[in-house]
Design a protein around this ligand. Structure first.
Ligand SMILES: Cc1cc2nc3c(=O)[nH]c(=O)nc-3n(C[C@H](O)[C@H](O)[C@H](O)COP(=O)(O)OP(=O)(O)OC[C@H]3O[C@@H](n4cnc5c(N)ncnc54)[C@H](O)[C@@H]3O)c2cc1C
Length: 442
């Protein structure tokens, strides 16, 4: 079996490792246009903020490790075309510029995503940077040394993490977003208000409900102009979202309107011998039961692993996702899973919510912190559809528990009586998750 793998960050590395382990006789070739594999972009903000000192720690595999497994690694090789009728690919060696063809029996599409670059006037100016791969991380670090005023555009989780990192680095930071609040996809306003207040008290300027109309500057960017203001800037980071990197298969396999490849539960595309995984794909979103585009490393490694399980025959089904994610910003830890109340309403769900405020452990303990937990559930079925938590204590794992509840279609009433342990160091006799279930029944 001749397997071609296109792209080797998380989905690709997981797929290759699993295929090579299960099928040592397979002839696997990886084509990767970068010179590294498995870079953890989640470490970029930590690297910028000085928490991670050695960026080498942000890789968990290497071309050499995969070669030791018998895989042929074509690094700095870009796949230019895929001909899914004749099972052929055209590849460019980026070092030598040589272009050649190869064939495959099975192809794994793990080309991931690329940051959206809006067509804004002046976007080509120096020091307007993206934050996705290792090279870009190093450029950010390098340019940040000289920069005094940093503007981050896009208040999703990548944007806010960078804002924290630059603030800790001593920069004057502005955060711009077209929405009227930060993290609007992940958390409801009562949660984002807490972080916005915290940002403001730390001197971070929030320019919300504003759209960037142009960048100004000679060679380097010096100003960001929006629909409502102007902000001087020496460095700008664009983090307004991602789009799937799937042009190679356009018109050849089924895709969502944004280009995300549609796969079945065995990671098969609509073309029998082409599998896909990670940010290049749509994923089954359990709270709605529909396909959604949720580019996360967690989804990528699971889907990549399942390609390895299913490449010869359908074996293990993907269970779908709740889009569970967590964040740590200054003193607060927060996490969310499934639908926020706002998102549930926007997809036409009739929902109720329960919000509780509880201390994380008994008041007789020397210290304790307030937890705010909100659970969103369907009005008629009482099925849990989403949850969010924030606290100065780290109780984010509770959101993983609620992710399981959503996955297993549990109701808010069942949540009241699930068996959770009690020990005063960690929690109260009635776990706060139980409390949410109990109080929703009142
Ligand atoms: C700053 C940042 C922070 C993040 N933090 C988190 C986090 O905390 N938790 C989390 O779950 N997720 C996080 N993510 C998301 C996560 O990084 C992505 O979901 C993940 O990288 C997807 O992996 P992937 O392998 O599917 O795709 P990608 O990482 O996009 O990798 C695709 C690979 O394909 C290669 N490629 C593309 N086209 C070609 C071609 N034509 N020929 C050859 N090679 C090609 C690319 O060079 C790349 O190496 C973060 C992302 C960013 C940018």
């Amino acid at each position: 079996m001749k397997v071609a793998v296109v792209g080797c960050t998380h989905a690709g590395t997981a797929a290759v490792t699993n295929i090579a382990t299960r099928y040592p006789e397979a002839d696997i070739t990886v084509y990767e246009r970068n010179d590294n594999v498995s870079f953890l972009s989640c470490g970029i903000a930590l690297y910028v903020g000085g928490v991670v000192k050695d960026p080498k720690g942000l890789f968990y595999s290497s071309p050499e490790k995969l070669e030791e497994m018998g895989v042929t690694m074509k690094m700095k090789h870009e796949v230019l075309d895929i001909d899914s009728i004749n099972n052929r690919i055209r590849v460019k060696n980026l070092n030598t510029k040589e272009v050649f063809e190869d064939d495959y029996d099975k192809l794994v599409m793990a080309t991931g995503s690329w940051p959206i670059i809006p067509p804004i006037e002046g976007i080509q100016l120096n020091n307007i940077l993206l934050s996705k791969n290792y090279t870009q991380a190093n450029t950010i670090i390098e340019r940040a040394k000289e920069a005094k005023r940093v503007t981050v555009i896009g208040a999703g989780y990548i944007g806010v993490e960078l804002v924290e990192a630059f603030q800790k680095y001593g920069k004057e930071v502005t955060l711009i977003d077209g929405e009227n609040r930060i993290l609007s996809k992940y958390l409801d306003p009562e949660f984002t208000n807490i972080i916005e207040e915290d940002f403001k008290t730390r001197g971070i300027r929030l320019a919300l409900n504003e759209t960037v109309t142009r960048f100004e500057g000679e060679e380097h960017v010096s100003k960001v102009v929006t629909t409502r203001g102007e902000y001087e800037a020496d460095l700008v980071i664009l983090s307004v979202g991602f789009r799937p990197n799937t042009d190679l298969l356009k018109g050849q396999v089924e895709m969502m309107p944004n280009g995300a490849i549609i796969v079945d539960e065995y990671m098969r595309t609509s073309k029998e011998n082409i599998f896909a995984a990670g940010d290049s794909c749509a994923i089954q979103y359990n709270p709605t039961g529909e396909n959604a585009y949720i580019p996360l490393a967690t989804n990528a490694v699971r889907m990549g692993t399942l390609v390895g399980q299913n490449i010869m025959k359908p074996t293990i089904r993907y269970m779908g996702t709740q889009g569970t994610s967590g964040l740590h910003l200054f003193d607060h830890s927060m996490a969310s899973t499934g639908l926020t109340e706002k998102a549930a309403i926007s997809v036409g769900k009739h929902v109720r919510t329960i919000t509780i405020k509880e201390n994380n452990r008994p008041e007789f303990m020397p210290d304790y912190e307030v937890i705010t937990l909100k659970v969103v559930y369907e009005e008629d079925t009482r099925r849990i559809l989403g949850a969010q938590v924030i606290s100065k204590a780290d109780v984010t794992q509770s959101i993983n528990t609620l992710s399981v509840c959503i996955q297993n279609k549990m109701t808010i009433d069942e949540l009241g009586y699930i068996d959770f342990f009690f020990q005063p160091h960690f929690n109260k006799p009635w776990n706060f998750l139980n409390q949410a279930g109990l109080q929703a029944a009142l």
